[in-house]
Design a binder for this molecule. Structure first.
Ligand code: FAD
Length: 501
């Protein structure tokens, strides 16, 4: 259920009630094909169901556009809470929303787009189950495929992915990590296990010093301190936590004082933080009498491990890397209107996979604001251009008029956007600051780049309160708004679940 109906969806309902003759009944009520095969609504095909794709699909006016989403993930994932699910602070289903809950969505295909034919205007897709290939023609295409984890071709990272090395981008990654961590603890209690093998299994390495790595490490520490100490008390003295970062500091995009504070807190928790330390490769070694084990190789030392979480950077997804779209730093180059150049305004790219002229960072807030901007352009301006008229086939889509930027993270406060922000036809990103949690009860919030009055940096429990209340109130369904605090309460009072299945 949608908590705060958006202004656009309310407007759409009003339009339908008061001006019923604007579109045919087929156009208004969904999927019935119009008589004679003639289409009355332009088709917008959206590739991806993440922050950008899902938000855009929700906000497009379905009475004006036939909206189709293609994505291998049949759900939207609330990524900021993903590290919490990897240790069981939250359950997986509480941080996702199925794509099919989008009101008025015409079609969703669980598939991967593999090719874009710009000449004909169609996308080739591969069904996620049968791997069979099919094509979807579009009038407008919005590419929102995100990015994937970058392994930098480090030896054996790809080969061991899902076994001892894990990415943290999708829900299934968090599930894999949680199972692997529990597997390591269960195996380490086995009475026949050699001491060296037990130590290796209980060595956890997190690679990367960004917010995802730091938050995961903090969550893992909470889990060990509260739950492992209770259920596996004999193992607690053998656990080793290491965070490695190739650069000189962690949380590089944050205020220096906050990142120093974060490092201090990690060190206080007995986490070995190694800066200026890059993984050179991973080896699988064998010693007589022991099962094979994994060792991370660094410039001047080796570190055996049972689990490595790799969150060291981003690389383009195959669709983008292999497309003939112009790339800028591995991302699709777009103009100030999120249009892909030389496509007559028929193809847009947004979110992590798109690079705007001002090189915005790949974050959820950028992706979400771009989707809201593009939805406004489509609903208010592009709907006036008859893209289905053959005579317009070679014409450029006119530029949009003024659009109000999205400063407020909540729809209920969107009226403030018009008061505080200057409208313009181009996309303008409104920086709302950055947050990182430190597990339960701690965190950092950096408001330096915002124009908000008040303190510019917040740390400790207040920052945790800001982090948790913001993400709780940003949930898209009432169901998750109820489930999330219940799981937080459960983890705090009764502990996390340690069953492995
Ligand atoms: C663990 C974690 C925590 C984060 N925390 C924060 C945070 O606190 N704050 C913040 O601002 N940002 C955060 N981020 C970054 C944020 O999640 C991303 O910037 C955001 O998800 C980008 O949105 P997107 O829609 O561009 O891509 P994504 O959300 O990654 O979505 C991409 C979509 O495209 C689909 N897809 C991939 N390939 C194809 C294909 N070939 N065809 C069709 N679909 C395809 C995927 O299945 C997915 O649905 C975090 C990221 C992670 C991983």
């Amino acid at each position: 259920m949608i908590l705060f109906p958006s202004a656009t969806s309310t407007a759409a309902v009003l339009r339908l009630s008061f001006f019923p003759t604007v579109r045919s009944p087929a156009a208004r009520f969904g999927t019935t094909p119009p008589v004679g095969g003639e289409r009355v609504r332009p088709r917008v095909v959206i590739l991806g169901s993440g922050w950008a794709g899902f938000t855009l699909a929700r906000r497009l006016d379905k009475s004006r556009y036939e909206v189709r989403v293609i994505s291998p993930a049949n759900h939207f994932l609330f990524t900021p809470l993903l590290p919490s699910t990897a240790v069981g602070t939250l359950e997986f289903r509480a941080i996702q929303e199925p794509v099919r809950t989008i009101e008025g969505l015409d079609k969703y295909y669980q598939a991967k787009a593999t090719n874009i034919d710009l000449e004909v205007g169609k996308v080739t897709c591969e069904d996620s189950y049968s791997l069979s290939v099919f094509e979807v023609p579009y009038d407008y295409l919005c590419v929102a495929g995100g990015m994937k984890s970058n392994t930098f071709h480090v030896q054996n990272v790809d080969e061991l992915e899902g076994k001892a090395v894990f990415f943290l981008k999708h829900l299934y990654h968090a599930r894999q990590i949680r199972n692997r961590i529990l597997e390591c603890f269960e195996r380490a209690t086995n009475p026949t296990i050699p001491a060296e093998q037990r130590d290796r299994l209980l060595s956890f390495i997190v690679v990367g010093g960004g917010p995802t790595s730091c938050e995961f490490m903090s969550e893992l520490h909470d889990f060990i301190k509260k739950d492992v100490a209770k259920w596996y008390p004999d193992l607690i003295g053998y656990i080793k936590l290491t965070l490695v970062e190739a650069g000189p500091g962690i949380l590089g995009s944050f205020d220096k004082a906050l990142s120093d504070y974060y490092v201090e807190k990690l060190i206080e928790k007995n986490i070995d933080v190694r800066l200026n330390t890059a993984v050179k490769g991973i080896e699988v070694r064998e010693v007589e009498g022991c099962p094979r084990f994994t060792v991370a190789k660094f410039a001047d030392f080796d570190l055996p491990f049972g689990t490595m979480v790799w969150s060291a950077g981003l690389a383009p997804v195959n669709l983008v890397a292999k497309s003939n779209l112009k790339l800028d730093g591995g991302r699709i180059a777009v103009d100030d209107y999120l249009r892909v150049p030389d496509t007559r305004g028929r193809v847009f790219a947004l979110g992590d996979c798109a690079n705007t002229p001002d090189h915005l960072p790949p974050t959820a807030t950028v992706a979400e604001q771009q989707a809201l901007y593009l939805a406004d352009c489509f609903n208010k301006y592009y709907s006036k251009f008859d893209v289905l008229d053959e005579r317009n086939r070679t014409k450029d889509l006119p530029l949009p008029g003024d659009v109000t930027p999205y400063l407020m993270p909540w729809n209920i406060l969107s009226f403030l956007n018009r008061i505080f922000c200057k409208s313009s036809p181009e996309f303008h990103y409104m920086n709302r600051g950055a947050m990182a949690s430190m597990g339960m009860g701690g965190g950092v919030t950096d408001l330096n780049k915002t124009h908000l009055p008040g303190p510019k940096t917040i740390k400790g429990q207040v920052a945790y309160f800001v982090w948790s209340s913001t993400y709780l109130t940003k949930q898209l369904s009432i169901q998750n708004m109820i489930l999330i605090p219940m799981y937080w309460f459960k983890a705090l009072v009764f502990g996390r679940d340690i069953s492995r299945f």
